[in-house]
Design a protein around this ligand. Structure first.
Ligand SMILES: Nc1ncnc2c1ncn2[C@@H]1O[C@H](COP(=O)(O)OP(=O)(O)O)[C@@H](O)[C@H]1O
Ligand SMILES: [Mg+2]
Length: 329
């Protein structure tokens, strides 16, 4: 094994041990308080007509850990992600993002692009790489309108160029890390499903986030790429990020998560370390059934879900609106 890989494995192991230590005194009850939470959710409720999609009393996500969010289809996992990242609005509730142990930001009513800029990024269950754009441009899009963007390119071209070069350098570095650098000039539409998942993860890192939220990062990925995706997720934790990910495969959950949150019918029904949660009878009833040691079937990767397509449109519209406003148009 090359020495870089050995270092990465050691770093991942150390990060896992540290996470387990931080959580060792936390009891295994839904809504339990954590010693150092990075995201705290209170009374968040989202109803679609008569259907309660999300109704979470209290939930804390631990800092520096990989938290798996599991639960049957329709449990409200994606809706909760949408709410927390500003892609949807709840009828009720509040949540607080704590980028450091002594700063807290209320995030309700913050639009998606500002949530991302604040340090909370997410990927989608169905990837939204823009297929008619190159891989490199997909990456650069994530970094637009950072500091300095307000400076008119025509007035201070050298500053603008320097920033553009810095963004491109970061994009290429990340693409290399995800082994996509040789594809930089190709259209994203030519990538395989697994490569798109990797591109989305790489793109999420462009803004140097604090929390990375991954909605079914392994779904639809060919088994040859699964291991590499898992290693990338572990590397996020080694690099000090907090990860929240939705996953169906209990082997994956057991392998990489420090903490597991179980949702059913919009609420949190159980929490705990992976081995404790997968032995919990409520969880087995609600979710795992008789097949609790088997992977649940993957979601079908058909046409994008209506709500995700809408989210993409909203994000792009917000992006264009802000860019125009800042350019004084
Ligand atoms: N935009 C929407 N309009 C109406 N119902 C929705 C919408 N989004 C999600 N739902 C419903 O909310 C529930 C939770 O869905 P979702 O969050 O996608 O679950 P999960 O990601 O856990 O599979 C489901 O019953 C789903 O049909
Ligand atoms: Mg979902």
């Amino acid at each position: 094994m090359p020495s870089n890989d050995i270092r990465a494995v050691d770093a991942a192991r150390e990060a896992k041990v540290a996470a387990a230590r931080d959580l060792s005194d936390v009891s295994h009850e839904p809504g339990v308080v954590k010693p150092d939470a990075i995201l705290v959710v209170d009374g968040v409720r989202r109803q679609f007509g008569g259907l309660v999609a999300v109704d979470v009393d209290h939930l804390e996500f631990p800092r520096g850990c990989i938290t798996a969010l599991i639960g049957p289809n329709g449990a409200g996992k994606t809706t909760l992600f949408n709410l927390l990242t500003g892609f949807d609005r709840p009828q009720d509730g509040d949540w607080e993002f704590r980028p450091t142990a002594d700063t807290a930001k209320k995030m309700r009513n913050v639009p998606a692009y500002r949530v991302a800029r604040a340090g909370m990024v997410r990927t989608f269950q169905l990837t939204k790489a823009l297929s008619k754009m190159t891989v490199l441009d997909n990456m650069k899009l994530a970094a637009t309108r950072q500091q300095g963007e307000r400076i008119w390119p025509s007035l201070l071209p050298f500053l603008w160029r320097a920033q553009d070069q810095a963004i491109e350098a970061r994009a290429m570095e990340l693409l290399a890390r995800f082994k996509l650098d040789t594809k930089a000039q190709e259209y994203a539409g030519t990538l395989s499903g697994g490569q798109r998942k990797l591109l989305e993860m790489a793109r999420a890192l462009m803004t140097e986030p604090t929390i990375v939220m991954l909605d079914e990062p392994m779904a639809g990925v060919n088994p040859a790429l699964t291991q590499s995706l898992l290693e990338h997720v572990k590397a996020l934790r080694s690099d000090g990020m907090s990860v929240i990910f939705v996953e169906h495969d209990m082997d994956v959950v057991r392998d990489i998560s420090d903490w597991v949150v179980v949702m059913a019918q919009g609420g949190v029904i159980a929490e705990g370390p992976p081995d404790v949660v997968s032995a919990n009878p409520h969880v087995i009833d609600a979710y795992l059934g008789a097949r609790h040691d088997e992977a649940l079937p993957e979601v079908e990767l058909g046409a994008p879900l209506a709500d995700d397509a809408e989210a993409v449109r909203e994000e792009i519209a917000a992006e264009i609106h802000e860019t125009e406003k800042e350019a004084g148009q």
